[in-house]
Design a protein around this ligand. Structure first.
Ligand SMILES: NC(=O)C1=CN([C@@H]2O[C@H](COP(=O)(O)OP(=O)(O)OC[C@H]3O[C@@H](n4cnc5c(N)ncnc54)[C@H](OP(=O)(O)O)[C@@H]3O)[C@@H](O)[C@H]2O)C=CC1
Ligand SMILES: Nc1nc(=O)c2c([nH]1)NC[C@@H]1CN(c3ccc(C(=O)N[C@@H](CCC(=O)O)C(=O)O)cc3)C=[N+]21
Length: 291
């Protein structure tokens, strides 16, 4: 048997069309959402991501502001830029591309972003709001995964979910969102014992590890829904954290790499920018874009 393909690329295109409609309505009221992206250094993968994000921001009718700083920029200069963006009414969302160069304090930089403009949902205030069930800005990658899971499964209530990876940007917020939807959630990591056995209990398996083809077909419970967050550049091209050829024989549904979680991440960044703009202007949250 072979799994249903969860087409993140198509899902993301549909989401952007809806966002573009909402942006047009806001523009008719004299409001244009603006997203500022800050890239420090010249990491090639980050450059690709920042470019496609800037293009899509313009395509949905938002203003895009790109700030590219040299790798050796002093942290104080980056903090000063964030202060300017915080104070700029044309900027509704701020994203500082990670990772930052080693001489910078990532926590200090992220927490300098005004929580209302923190469209990545990485500031401590938004992390705490998500964890306590308050209205937050939710990290884009887990939000995109949640949207695909709900679309495919309907309710997540009572499902066993295993998230492999405990990073602040993917694993932990993914677990929070699954818990909020009443899944029974286990977070696995490099010290987890019998990871294959644990994965076999999962109705929902999310892999956010950063190791090419790490999750094997015999780790997957027959019929499970598999979400592959991994982005690994190999000699065979871009591959995920799941051995797709094996897993798709067993899973009920699976996201591909490329064309799965990645495009949804960017679409959710635009969704968060729209939500931030609505909130900044005292408008209700746009429907279906927040958990
Ligand atoms: N598609 C998208 O939009 C995005 C994709 N990504 C991709 O997702 C992947 C994960 O990213 P990120 O969360 O930032 O990565 P991190 O490196 O921050 O975290 C990786 C996690 O995997 C765990 N891990 C590593 N090796 C093993 C192992 N052998 N067994 C079990 N767990 C293991 C680590 O455990 P421990 O904590 O114990 O070290 C850690 O918790 C990467 O490929 C990244 O490129 C990331 C962001 C967005
Ligand atoms: N502050 C911050 N926020 C982030 O959300 C953030 C970040 N820093 N740093 C890097 C990671 C990674 N990330 C990706 C986004 C889109 C694709 C994506 O669109 N991938 C395409 C393929 C693109 C390609 O070919 O390289 C796909 O999977 O189909 C991948 C990875 C966001 N991240």
């Amino acid at each position: 048997m072979s799994a249903t393909l969860i087409d993140g690329k198509a899902f993301a295109a549909g989401l952007r069309t809806r966002i573009a409609t909402e942006v047009a309505a806001m523009k008719a009221q004299g409001i244009t959402p603006g997203l500022a992206v800050v890239l420090v250094g010249e990491d090639p993968a980050s450059q690709v991501y920042v470019r496609s994000k800037g293009k899509q921001t313009l395509e949905v009718g938002m203003n895009s502001y790109e700030h590219k700083l040299p790798a050796e920029t002093p942290e104080a200069d980056l903090l000063a830029l964030i202060e300017r963006l915080n104070a700029d009414p044309a900027v509704n969302g701020i994203l500082v591309q990670l990772p930052l160069p080693a001489h910078m304090d990532e926590e200090a930089v992220i927490n300098a972003i005004l929580p209302e403009k923190d469209v990545d949902g990485f500031t401590v205030l938004n992390v705490g709001r998500l964890a306590t069930g308050q209205k937050a800005m939710v990290p884009c990658t887990p939000l995109g995964c949640l949207m695909m899971l709900r679309e495919h499964l309907g309710s997540l209530s009572g499902k066993n979910a295993v998230v492999i990876g405990r990073s602040n940007i993917v694993g932990k917020p993914m677990a929070q969102l699954l818990l909020r939807d009443s899944a029974t959630v286990t977070i696995a990591h490099s010290r987890t014992q019998d990871l294959p056995g644990l994965c076999r209990t999962a109705d929902i398996l999310v892999a956010a590890v950063g190791r090419a083809n790490f999750v094997k077909g015999d780790w997957v419970k027959p019929g499970a829904t598999v979400i592959d967050v991994g982005i690994n550049r190999t000699d065979d091209g871009l591959v995920g954290d799941v051995d797709f050829a094996e897993a798709e024989q067993v899973a009920g549904a699976i996201t591909p790499v490329p064309g799965g979680v990645g495009p949804m991440t960017i679409a959710c960044l635009l969704a968060n920018t729209l939500t931030a703009t609505a909130r900044a202007n005292g408008l209700p949250d746009p429907e279906g874009l927040t958990p």
